[in-house]
Write a protein that binds this ligand. Sequence first.
Ligand code: A5A
Length: 470
Amino acid sequence: MLPPKENFSEWYHEVIQQAEIMDIRYPVKGLYVWLPFGFKLRQLVYAKLRELLDRDHQEVYFPTLIPEDMLMKESEHIKGFEDEVYWVTHGGLEPLDVKLALRPTSETAMYPMFKLWIRSHADLPLKVYQIVNVFRYETKHTRPLIRLREVTSFKEAHTVHRTYEEAEEQVREAVKLYKEFYEFLAIPYLIFRRPEWDKFPGADYTIAFDTIMPDGRTLQIGTVHNLADNFAKTFDIKYETPNGDHSYAYQTCYGISERCIASLISIHGDDLGLILPFEVAPVQIVIIPILYKGKEEKVLELCRKLHDKLKGFRVVFDDSDERPGAKYYKWELKGVPIRFEIGPKEAEKNEVVVSFRDEKKKFAVAFDEISKEMIEKWAKELKERLKVKAVENAKSKIAICGNVDEVAEAIENRKVALVYVCEDCERELENYGSVLGRMEEKPEWLDVNLEGTCAICGRKGYLVGVAKTY
Ligand code: A5A
């Protein structure tokens, strides 16, 4: 049995193990094992991410190890990461001449190579990505899929452009791409421009996607950084312009980790376990026979016929010896979106009983009516219901505040506070929670203006988010 989702932290911890996403007993802090079911989910979610990126990025692979001098080259960047780097200092018993870092992210691995690749304006834009593991010696509380010391599923994209404007355009493209990805997963998000003091080390500015977890804390589920020509100057990435001048290139990078899966589990799940959108469910459909002595054959036969008919979907025909109740429990825990049950009555009438993971009701459908199109329609409707519910939840966890006392109260009540402040007053909000930054885009589902009057000094202000964060 799972703890109720109301006790979110315990629920999360348990559902990850009981639904066989991860084994969390690996004896190194912040490192966890993907189990087959979890890994399949990861594969399906990342297939979508790949599909989106493959439209106009090329996939690459860079080494895990970065020599110390390369990592140390960009001073802002290394200031941001120095406490988090794992070092390889020996090869066997031999100390290494140059220490090697396990990549915490790959700017300093990639950009010296970009310098070699880029000669002329015709080489630009360059858009690549990789999906790799990165290592960060995190000191905050580690949690499976949420805060890892080995991030196993780090998708990092890196692009190079001719001008600042082109880099800026790419930032907008990346934001669009991430919106499409999270809409596919039915995960609501808020988009903020991170405050100056909290941007990615070495970036000109950072745009972040945050989702609101069931306990009211926000989780940063993706970031897009405009690096301007900061790294190009450090790594000497220049190109020849059409008129023969040499100019520094402008860069962006953007990343998503397995936090996307943490949000998928947390936002849609319920007291019974996972609820997965059809497209990413490792098991999309389960068929459960209801057997009575002497009438087994007809039931099993119709189940097999149904299994055959559903070829092309990820279907389990659960003819194991467990009782139907135990089977319901198991497949509900794993978030299977569609369940078919067939008993003697159904076999007699050539019908099946259908239910959806997110709804209580069951209904009968004639066997002959079941089609690929019908399943796809159900899948679409399920996604729409998940989205509506997730948006309702997100809305209920947002408080629009008129002054700082209301901000304090909102945080106290486990909500995300939105308040208008000016640039000069923004940092004062750190007294109440983490400052997410200035809202960059109005969510479709939230009725707010992005500009207003500063709640602290009365000058022109912007809508700023404050929350407890993961
Ligand atoms: N090179 C850029 C893209 C970069 O590293 N950006 S980042 O530091 O913001 O990381 C990208 C995303 O990875 C973050 O938005 C966050 O969602 C995720 N992430 C970062 N550290 C993580 C950790 N320790 N565990 C899990 N996810 C993490």
